[in-house]
Design a protein around this ligand. Structure first.
Ligand code: IPE
Ligand code: IPE
Ligand code: MG
Length: 245
């Protein structure tokens, strides 16, 4: 039995799934194979989070910067996404998962976009866990699009600039109505955010592991959650101010 404290679960876990290419190289395989094995880790992590009762899981699957990779790799990643959406829809429905997406999905090929929106539509009544896929996602783009949204609304009605609070601003982000991530996991020994959820991660607990994404297992996930549960989240206060329960 694992050592997770049920009452202290992170409400929202975000993951930068990194290291597929290096995993493939290490195993003398093509990069595409690394991504395929990475998709297996996605299945494991989604299933485990659902079983544990995590409410939101955001997976960084494709960044805006990733469009600049070689065309063949972009194609392979998109086709893997297509396969994933097709194969997982039944499971998502059965396990009460609600699919959501953040990012500039307009950039995705229409076939994938249609699949994505169909899966979102068909799971929209589910309340088990939100599986949020970051696709063609960039944190800075998201912030710019929020500013554009505010300016658009300002033109339509007379918005007083003082009404733009942190809460109002958050509502213009792709993640409107979602809680900020409590825990960020990044695999493959890279210590950076790579343009992921820049606004939302102001107070997120960061967890880095050297494990490459295709090797990331249920036990690794549990280890990350246990590590998170050992931390004291102070949000700028002093220890004594925090209620001890
Ligand atoms: C993560 O693995 C998958 C995506 C970024 C889509 P990488 O493809 O970045 O793997 P490395 O970093 O080259 O090992
Ligand atoms: C971050 O990984 C993006 C995803 C996991 C989708 P990258 O491999 O693209 O990040 P960098 O380039 O090493 O920062
Ligand atoms: Mg990488």
């Amino acid at each position: 039995m694992h050592r997770i404290i049920k009452e202290k679960l992170p409400r929202h876990i975000a993951v930068i799934m990194d290291g597929n290419g290096r995993w493939a190289k290490k195993n003398m395989l093509k990069r595409g194979m690394g991504h395929e094995r990475g998709a297996e880790s996605v299945r494991t992590v989604v299933k485990t989070c659902r079983e544990l009762g995590i409410q939101y899981l955001t997976l960084y699957a494709f960044s805006v910067e990733n469009w600049q990779r070689p065309k063949s790799e972009v194609r392979a990643l998109i086709s893997l996404l297509e396969t994933y959406l097709k194969s997982e829809l039944v499971e998502m429905k059965e396990t009460g998962i609600r699919l959501f997406t953040i990012g500039d999905t307009e950039k995705l090929p229409k076939t994938v976009r249609d699949l994505l929106f169909r899966a979102m539509e068909e799971t929209s009544g589910n309340s088990g866990m939100v599986l949020n896929l970051a696709l063609s996602y960039g944190g800075r783009d998201e912030i710019i699009s929020a500013v554009q949204g505010i300016l658009r609304d300002a033109k339509l009605s007379n918005i007083d600039e003082k009404t733009i609070t942190k809460d109002v601003f958050s509502q213009y982000l792709y993640t409107a109505d979602m809680p900020d991530p409590d825990l960020l996991i990044r695999t493959s020994g890279e210590y950076r955010l790579s343009n992921f959820l820049l606004w939302q991660m102001a107070y997120t607990e960061l967890y880095f592991t050297d494990v490459l994404w295709p090797d990331f297992s249920k036990d690794e996930l549990i280890e990350a959650i246990v590590d998170y549960q050992r931390r004291e989240r102070r949000f700028g206060l002093v220890s004594d101010q925090l209620s001890k329960d």
